[in-house]
Design a protein around this ligand. Structure first.
Ligand SMILES: N[C@@H](CCC(=O)N[C@@H](CS)C(=O)NCC(=O)O)C(=O)O
Length: 224
């Protein structure tokens, strides 16, 4: 539901390599905004160029996403999700135990699962074809499989990480997308079904379409 600059602003990229489309982390924030029906605007940067110097006052690492809600500025996708969760119970339950369970899973997605999966992304995509990656990949896959086994056991027969959908699932489902270029989830049917469930949500579909639409718009304006 992208809209005018009077709405909260999410930063993202105008152009990324094909393998990164649908994976750039602004997708998490777009998804959360769609879940609660909140319009937003985007500010897009050229991924291959230096960010504007003053952007680092907003996002110290020059990364996306960052978020501006009427002058209130936040960086880190997890922090932005927490901010949105604080505003709407559809994203984060108010019951104390459920809330902290969801926050625990949000941090687990970003801190226990994402770094492990990003090692595989780094070896397969960012350093593709470099001869040192073969040995390193085996160790990275072993560690990832250990974590995925734990995640699968924790999910069990539940639909979501906690008793209902929350920002924890937005984080986890988008994190898991990073290994879509592999067949690793074939061995984890519980996680594969969980990912599919998340990606089948209307809000996810709209968010992903909006990210792709922004890439296309930027490509058209480059050609024109
Ligand atoms: N921990 C940060 C990671 C952000 C991040 O890695 N963003 C990527 C795009 S998905 C980026 O901006 N990469 C370019 C760079 O690191 O310079 C978050 O979750 O917001």
């Amino acid at each position: 539901m992208p809209s005018s600059p009077t709405h909260p602003v999410i930063t993202g990229f105008a152009n990324v390599p094909d393998f990164a489309k649908g994976k750039v982390r602004d997708l998490r924030i777009r998804w959360a905004m769609e879940e609660i029906g909140k319009p937003y605007s985007t500010e897009l940067f050229d991924a291959m160029a230096e960010r504007p110097a003053n952007y680092r006052e907003w996002q110290p690492f020059g990364q996306v996403p960052a978020f501006d809600d009427g002058g209130l500025r936040i960086f880190e996708s997890g922090a932005i999700l927490l901010y949105l969760g604080e505003q709407d119970e559809r994203l984060l339950p108010s019951d104390k135990q459920e809330r902290w369970q969801a926050i625990s899973w949000l941090i687990a997605a970003l801190n226990s699962i994402e770094p492990v999966l990003m090692q595989i992304v780094s070896l397969d995509l960012f350093h593709a074809g470099q001869d040192w990656t073969a040995g390193a990949r085996k160790a990275a896959v072993n560690l990832a499989e250990m974590r995925l086994t734990s995640l699968s056991n924790a999910l069990g027969d539940r639909d979501w990480l906690t008793s209902r959908f929350s920002i924890a699932d937005i984080a986890m489902v988008t994190v898991l997308r990073n290994i879509q270029h592999t067949d690793m989830l074939d061995a984890f049917p519980v996680i594969a079904a969980y990912s599919e469930r998340g990606e089948a949500r209307d809000a996810f579909i709209k968010a992903q379409a909006a990210q792709f639409a922004d890439f296309e718009k930027a490509a058209e304006s480059t050609v024109a």
